[in-house]
Write a protein that binds this ligand. Structure first.
Ligand SMILES: [Zn+2]
Length: 284
Protein backbone atom coordinates (compact mmCIF):
# COMPACT_ATOMS: atom_id res chain seq x y z
CA UNK A 1 0.00 0.00 0.00
CA UNK A 2 1.29 3.46 -0.89
CA UNK A 3 0.53 6.45 1.32
CA UNK A 4 0.75 10.09 0.28
CA UNK A 5 -0.68 13.49 1.10
CA UNK A 6 -2.34 15.72 -1.46
CA UNK A 7 -2.74 18.63 0.97
CA UNK A 8 -1.94 19.28 4.64
CA UNK A 9 -5.02 17.35 5.77
CA UNK A 10 -5.84 14.89 3.01
CA UNK A 11 -4.21 11.48 2.88
CA UNK A 12 -4.44 9.05 -0.02
CA UNK A 13 -3.86 5.31 0.33
CA UNK A 14 -3.26 3.31 -2.83
CA UNK A 15 -3.60 -0.47 -2.97
CA UNK A 16 -0.51 -2.42 -3.90
CA UNK A 17 -2.58 -5.58 -4.23
CA UNK A 18 -5.29 -4.70 -6.72
CA UNK A 19 -5.66 -2.21 -9.58
CA UNK A 20 -4.18 0.74 -7.68
CA UNK A 21 -7.49 1.38 -5.94
CA UNK A 22 -7.44 4.51 -3.81
CA UNK A 23 -9.06 5.40 -0.49
CA UNK A 24 -8.72 8.84 1.10
CA UNK A 25 -9.03 10.53 4.47
CA UNK A 26 -9.75 14.12 5.44
CA UNK A 27 -8.04 14.52 8.77
CA UNK A 28 -8.88 17.12 11.44
CA UNK A 29 -8.40 17.46 15.19
CA UNK A 30 -12.15 16.97 15.66
CA UNK A 31 -12.43 13.89 13.53
CA UNK A 32 -11.66 12.13 10.29
CA UNK A 33 -13.77 11.52 7.20
CA UNK A 34 -12.67 8.45 5.25
CA UNK A 35 -13.80 8.06 1.65
CA UNK A 36 -13.88 4.43 0.47
CA UNK A 37 -11.97 1.41 1.72
CA UNK A 38 -9.29 -0.63 -0.01
CA UNK A 39 -10.12 -3.98 -1.64
CA UNK A 40 -8.44 -6.30 0.86
CA UNK A 41 -8.75 -6.28 4.67
CA UNK A 42 -5.02 -6.16 5.42
CA UNK A 43 -4.61 -2.88 3.55
CA UNK A 44 -7.78 -1.30 4.96
CA UNK A 45 -6.64 -2.34 8.44
CA UNK A 46 -3.25 -0.75 7.82
CA UNK A 47 -4.98 2.46 6.73
CA UNK A 48 -7.18 2.52 9.84
CA UNK A 49 -4.17 1.96 12.10
CA UNK A 50 -2.27 4.73 10.39
CA UNK A 51 -5.20 7.14 10.84
CA UNK A 52 -5.66 6.15 14.49
CA UNK A 53 -2.00 6.97 15.16
CA UNK A 54 -2.07 10.43 13.64
CA UNK A 55 -2.76 12.42 16.79
CA UNK A 56 -6.01 13.62 15.21
CA UNK A 57 -9.67 13.12 16.12
CA UNK A 58 -11.40 9.75 15.77
CA UNK A 59 -12.70 8.43 12.46
CA UNK A 60 -16.24 9.82 12.36
CA UNK A 61 -17.53 8.97 8.92
CA UNK A 62 -16.81 6.43 6.21
CA UNK A 63 -18.28 7.43 2.86
CA UNK A 64 -18.84 4.81 0.14
CA UNK A 65 -18.68 6.36 -3.34
CA UNK A 66 -20.36 3.37 -5.00
CA UNK A 67 -21.20 -0.25 -4.35
CA UNK A 68 -18.22 -2.01 -6.00
CA UNK A 69 -16.35 -4.34 -3.66
CA UNK A 70 -12.90 -2.95 -4.41
CA UNK A 71 -14.09 0.26 -2.68
CA UNK A 72 -16.38 -1.22 0.01
CA UNK A 73 -14.98 -4.60 1.08
CA UNK A 74 -13.33 -3.00 4.12
CA UNK A 75 -16.52 -1.45 5.56
CA UNK A 76 -16.81 -4.12 8.25
CA UNK A 77 -13.39 -3.25 9.69
CA UNK A 78 -14.50 0.16 10.99
CA UNK A 79 -15.71 0.53 14.58
CA UNK A 80 -19.43 0.70 15.26
CA UNK A 81 -18.92 4.32 16.35
CA UNK A 82 -18.10 5.27 12.75
CA UNK A 83 -21.09 6.39 10.71
CA UNK A 84 -21.22 4.76 7.28
CA UNK A 85 -22.62 7.14 4.67
CA UNK A 86 -23.62 6.77 1.02
CA UNK A 87 -26.24 7.78 -1.51
CA UNK A 88 -29.56 5.90 -1.29
CA UNK A 89 -28.81 4.33 -4.68
CA UNK A 90 -25.54 2.92 -3.32
CA UNK A 91 -27.30 1.45 -0.29
CA UNK A 92 -29.88 -0.24 -2.55
CA UNK A 93 -27.18 -1.50 -4.93
CA UNK A 94 -25.22 -2.97 -2.02
CA UNK A 95 -28.38 -4.71 -0.82
CA UNK A 96 -29.14 -6.06 -4.30
CA UNK A 97 -25.69 -6.96 -5.65
CA UNK A 98 -23.41 -6.87 -2.61
CA UNK A 99 -23.95 -10.41 -1.26
CA UNK A 100 -23.35 -12.19 -4.58
CA UNK A 101 -20.40 -9.94 -5.48
CA UNK A 102 -18.70 -10.62 -2.16
CA UNK A 103 -19.27 -14.37 -2.46
CA UNK A 104 -17.76 -14.33 -5.92
CA UNK A 105 -14.76 -12.31 -4.73
CA UNK A 106 -14.23 -14.70 -1.82
CA UNK A 107 -14.10 -17.62 -4.22
CA UNK A 108 -11.42 -15.81 -6.19
CA UNK A 109 -9.11 -15.07 -3.25
CA UNK A 110 -8.44 -16.31 0.29
CA UNK A 111 -7.54 -12.73 1.27
CA UNK A 112 -11.25 -11.99 1.70
CA UNK A 113 -12.04 -15.02 3.83
CA UNK A 114 -13.01 -12.96 6.90
CA UNK A 115 -14.81 -10.22 5.01
CA UNK A 116 -18.49 -9.64 5.56
CA UNK A 117 -20.88 -7.25 3.91
CA UNK A 118 -21.62 -4.07 5.84
CA UNK A 119 -24.04 -1.62 4.27
CA UNK A 120 -24.14 2.10 5.19
CA UNK A 121 -27.26 3.16 7.06
CA UNK A 122 -26.89 6.92 6.73
CA UNK A 123 -28.06 7.83 3.26
CA UNK A 124 -28.84 10.96 1.28
CA UNK A 125 -31.31 11.03 -1.56
CA UNK A 126 -31.12 14.47 -3.09
CA UNK A 127 -28.22 15.66 -5.17
CA UNK A 128 -25.82 16.45 -2.38
CA UNK A 129 -24.84 15.98 1.25
CA UNK A 130 -22.26 18.09 3.11
CA UNK A 131 -20.36 16.62 6.06
CA UNK A 132 -18.84 19.24 8.38
CA UNK A 133 -15.95 18.08 10.55
CA UNK A 134 -13.29 20.24 12.21
CA UNK A 135 -13.58 23.18 9.83
CA UNK A 136 -13.74 21.01 6.71
CA UNK A 137 -16.74 20.71 4.42
CA UNK A 138 -16.92 17.49 2.45
CA UNK A 139 -19.57 17.80 -0.26
CA UNK A 140 -20.79 14.45 -1.53
CA UNK A 141 -22.62 14.64 -4.84
CA UNK A 142 -24.21 11.99 -7.04
CA UNK A 143 -22.15 11.53 -10.21
CA UNK A 144 -23.62 8.63 -12.20
CA UNK A 145 -21.79 6.98 -15.11
CA UNK A 146 -19.27 4.39 -13.94
CA UNK A 147 -22.25 3.04 -12.00
CA UNK A 148 -25.64 4.65 -11.51
CA UNK A 149 -24.97 5.05 -7.79
CA UNK A 150 -21.55 6.73 -8.14
CA UNK A 151 -20.75 9.81 -6.07
CA UNK A 152 -17.80 12.16 -5.77
CA UNK A 153 -16.60 13.95 -2.63
CA UNK A 154 -15.28 17.52 -2.80
CA UNK A 155 -13.26 18.98 0.06
CA UNK A 156 -14.13 22.65 -0.27
CA UNK A 157 -11.34 24.16 1.86
CA UNK A 158 -8.61 22.14 0.11
CA UNK A 159 -10.09 22.24 -3.41
CA UNK A 160 -9.51 18.51 -3.69
CA UNK A 161 -11.95 16.19 -5.45
CA UNK A 162 -12.08 12.59 -4.28
CA UNK A 163 -13.59 11.43 -7.54
CA UNK A 164 -13.55 7.65 -7.12
CA UNK A 165 -14.34 5.87 -10.38
CA UNK A 166 -15.89 8.93 -12.03
CA UNK A 167 -12.26 9.74 -12.86
CA UNK A 168 -10.04 6.84 -13.91
CA UNK A 169 -7.23 6.51 -16.48
CA UNK A 170 -9.94 5.16 -18.80
CA UNK A 171 -13.69 5.68 -18.17
CA UNK A 172 -15.13 2.25 -17.43
CA UNK A 173 -18.87 2.15 -18.08
CA UNK A 174 -19.73 -1.56 -18.31
CA UNK A 175 -21.66 -1.40 -15.02
CA UNK A 176 -23.14 2.01 -15.66
CA UNK A 177 -24.19 4.35 -18.42
CA UNK A 178 -21.87 6.15 -20.84
CA UNK A 179 -24.35 8.98 -21.53
CA UNK A 180 -24.58 9.85 -17.84
CA UNK A 181 -20.83 9.42 -17.64
CA UNK A 182 -20.22 12.19 -20.16
CA UNK A 183 -22.56 14.52 -18.31
CA UNK A 184 -20.95 13.74 -14.98
CA UNK A 185 -17.45 14.34 -16.36
CA UNK A 186 -18.57 17.61 -17.91
CA UNK A 187 -20.10 18.56 -14.57
CA UNK A 188 -16.73 18.25 -12.80
CA UNK A 189 -15.66 21.44 -14.56
CA UNK A 190 -17.79 23.40 -12.07
CA UNK A 191 -15.32 22.67 -9.26
CA UNK A 192 -12.35 24.86 -8.47
CA UNK A 193 -9.66 22.17 -8.23
CA UNK A 194 -6.10 21.83 -7.00
CA UNK A 195 -6.11 18.06 -7.50
CA UNK A 196 -8.26 15.04 -8.24
CA UNK A 197 -7.82 11.72 -6.48
CA UNK A 198 -8.83 9.13 -9.07
CA UNK A 199 -10.55 5.90 -7.99
CA UNK A 200 -7.61 4.01 -9.45
CA UNK A 201 -4.08 5.23 -10.19
CA UNK A 202 -2.18 8.47 -9.83
CA UNK A 203 -3.41 11.72 -8.32
CA UNK A 204 -4.07 14.37 -10.98
CA UNK A 205 -2.61 17.80 -10.37
CA UNK A 206 -4.20 21.12 -11.32
CA UNK A 207 -2.49 21.41 -14.71
CA UNK A 208 -3.42 17.87 -15.71
CA UNK A 209 -7.12 18.09 -14.87
CA UNK A 210 -8.62 19.88 -17.91
CA UNK A 211 -6.96 17.46 -20.32
CA UNK A 212 -7.90 14.39 -18.26
CA UNK A 213 -11.58 15.36 -18.28
CA UNK A 214 -11.49 16.40 -21.92
CA UNK A 215 -9.76 13.23 -23.09
CA UNK A 216 -12.16 11.01 -21.12
CA UNK A 217 -15.19 12.66 -22.74
CA UNK A 218 -13.49 12.36 -26.12
CA UNK A 219 -12.74 8.68 -25.43
CA UNK A 220 -16.43 8.00 -24.77
CA UNK A 221 -17.40 9.68 -28.05
CA UNK A 222 -14.64 7.99 -30.04
CA UNK A 223 -15.27 4.49 -28.78
CA UNK A 224 -18.98 4.84 -29.54
CA UNK A 225 -18.32 6.16 -33.03
CA UNK A 226 -15.83 3.42 -33.87
CA UNK A 227 -17.89 0.55 -32.49
CA UNK A 228 -20.95 1.88 -34.32
CA UNK A 229 -18.93 1.81 -37.58
CA UNK A 230 -17.99 -1.82 -36.95
CA UNK A 231 -21.60 -2.77 -36.21
CA UNK A 232 -22.81 -1.01 -39.38
CA UNK A 233 -20.11 -2.58 -41.52
CA UNK A 234 -21.40 -6.02 -40.51
CA UNK A 235 -17.82 -7.23 -39.97
CA UNK A 236 -18.67 -9.03 -36.77
CA UNK A 237 -17.05 -8.97 -33.38
CA UNK A 238 -13.62 -10.13 -34.59
CA UNK A 239 -13.19 -6.62 -36.03
CA UNK A 240 -13.25 -5.26 -32.48
CA UNK A 241 -9.72 -6.52 -31.86
CA UNK A 242 -8.26 -3.81 -34.06
CA UNK A 243 -9.92 -1.16 -31.92
CA UNK A 244 -7.14 -0.56 -29.40
CA UNK A 245 -7.23 1.83 -26.49
CA UNK A 246 -4.57 3.97 -28.22
CA UNK A 247 -6.84 4.25 -31.25
CA UNK A 248 -9.47 5.72 -28.92
CA UNK A 249 -7.10 8.35 -27.56
CA UNK A 250 -6.07 6.86 -24.19
CA UNK A 251 -2.74 5.46 -23.09
CA UNK A 252 -2.39 1.71 -22.58
CA UNK A 253 0.22 2.15 -19.84
CA UNK A 254 -1.70 3.09 -16.62
CA UNK A 255 -2.68 0.56 -13.93
CA UNK A 256 0.09 -1.72 -15.21
CA UNK A 257 -1.80 -2.16 -18.44
CA UNK A 258 -5.11 -3.13 -16.81
CA UNK A 259 -6.69 -0.20 -18.66
CA UNK A 260 -6.51 -2.34 -21.82
CA UNK A 261 -8.79 -4.94 -20.21
CA UNK A 262 -11.20 -2.23 -19.10
CA UNK A 263 -11.19 -0.79 -22.62
CA UNK A 264 -11.87 -4.20 -24.18
CA UNK A 265 -14.79 -4.74 -21.79
CA UNK A 266 -16.16 -1.30 -22.76
CA UNK A 267 -15.88 -2.14 -26.44
CA UNK A 268 -17.64 -5.49 -26.06
CA UNK A 269 -20.48 -4.06 -23.98
CA UNK A 270 -20.96 -1.30 -26.50
CA UNK A 271 -20.91 -3.77 -29.40
CA UNK A 272 -23.60 -5.89 -27.71
CA UNK A 273 -25.68 -2.81 -27.00
CA UNK A 274 -25.42 -1.31 -30.49
CA UNK A 275 -26.02 -4.66 -32.21
CA UNK A 276 -29.07 -5.02 -30.01
CA UNK A 277 -30.70 -1.84 -31.42
CA UNK A 278 -29.48 0.34 -28.63
CA UNK A 279 -30.89 -1.67 -25.76
CA UNK A 280 -28.30 -2.00 -23.02
CA UNK A 281 -27.59 -5.61 -22.18
CA UNK A 282 -26.58 -4.85 -18.62
CA UNK A 283 -29.43 -3.42 -16.63
CA UNK A 284 -27.68 -1.93 -13.63
ZN1 LIG B 1 -16.04 0.78 -9.44
Amino acid sequence: MRRERVSDDIYVFTSGLYAQVTASAVVTREGIVVVDTLPFPEETQEMIEHLNNLNAGPIKYLVNTHWHGDHTNGNYLFDDSVELVCHKRCQLALQDYGPAALEEAKEATPLLEEARLRIPDVVFEDGELVLHVGGKSVEIALSPGHTLDSSVAYVREDKVLLAADTVMPVPYFVWGDRHHFKESLDHLRRYNLESIVQGHGEVLLRGEIPNAIESSIRYLDTVEEKVAQIVESGKGRSALEALTIDACGKSRIPLNGLVQDLHRANVLALYEELSNNGNPVSSN
